[in-house]
Design a protein around this ligand. Structure first.
Ligand code: ADP
Ligand code: ADP
Length: 222
């Protein structure tokens, strides 16, 4: 499960995240919805251990990822808003190189890369990533986030750069993750996008959770 307790992040004495208490249970596909500037990315950066909270706590499967990055890499897949890849390598070569940091054998790694590139429709693409469109880059990012078959997946605005077909593909992938029992947190500012794939929903405004429940329950409150 994903858990934050009294989580606070201040930038220049202004609270970007303000006493956030959030729990996402095992197997939940949770939409983390809020307007731009609400504190979604800041929350995710703390969960993934990229920035330190001002106060409070956050854990993934009981692990504080900032304090235990190796364990974090085992259990968590993360798609940032803008993924940086090696521009002079192909998609396959990027995943193969980055995959070496995961506890997978060479043949496991190669097999997973083939499957994932197919699922994001980037198999047999000979271009180097520097020649990718933003949509292709984001699709490759999703493949990377799933490379280690993580139990928990955190996606930051995963459809921001996708074309309509890419969005449909992405939704199929999320449905599959749900069937596999993964815990998924999807950050978005678009309700329809969250509604398409999530079973539960939380609304963050000015750094705090203002609503939480099933998609239907929360929609009724809006
Ligand atoms: P969201 O992801 O919901 O759009 P963010 O977490 O990016 O929101 O931002 C929350 C607030 O924190 C905003 O007011 C934003 O301007 C501020 N903020 C985010 N990152 C920084 C930073 N590195 N320095 C200063 N302020 C920041
Ligand atoms: P955007 O999201 O910027 O519209 P796309 O991801 O849809 O970009 O892809 C942009 C271009 O890359 C399209 O012209 C498409 O033909 C090409 N492209 C996308 N995926 C593949 C693929 N798997 N193999 C070959 N070309 C692709």
């Amino acid at each position: 499960m994903i858990k934050t307790e009294n989580l606070v992040k201040e930038y220049n004495e202004k609270k970007a995240v303000d006493n956030l208490n959030l729990e996402v249970g095992d197997g939940e596909v949770f939409g983390f919805l809020g307007p731009n500037g609400a504190g979604k990315s800041t929350t995710i950066l703390m969960l993934t251990g990229m920035i330190e909270p001002t106060s409070g706590n956050c854990t993934i499967q009981g692990v504080n990822v900032a304090l235990n990055p190796l364990k974090g890499k085992e259990i968590l897949g993360y798609l940032p808003e803008d993924v940086g890849f090696y521009k002079n390598l192909t998609g396959y070569e990027n995943l193969d190189y980055l995959g070496k940091f995961y506890p997978l054998t060479k043949s496991e790694r190669e097999e997973r890369i083939e499957i994932l590139l197919k699922s994001v429709r980037l198999n047999d693409v000979p271009q180097k990533v520097g020649e990718y469109s933003r949509g292709m880059n984001q699709r490759l990012g999703l493949a990377l986030a799933l490379l280690n078959d993580p139990k928990v997946v955190i996606l930051d605005e995963p459809t921001a750069n996708l074309d309509p077909e890419g969005v449909l593909r992405y939704r199929e992938i999320i449905k599959k993750l749900e069937k596999e029992g993964k815990t998924v947190l999807i950050c978005s500012h678009i309700l329809s996008e969250v509604r398409a794939v999530c079973t539960t929903l939380g609304i963050i405004s000015q750094g705090t959770l203002v609503a939480r429940g099933s998609v239907e329950e929360v929609e009724d409150e809006l």
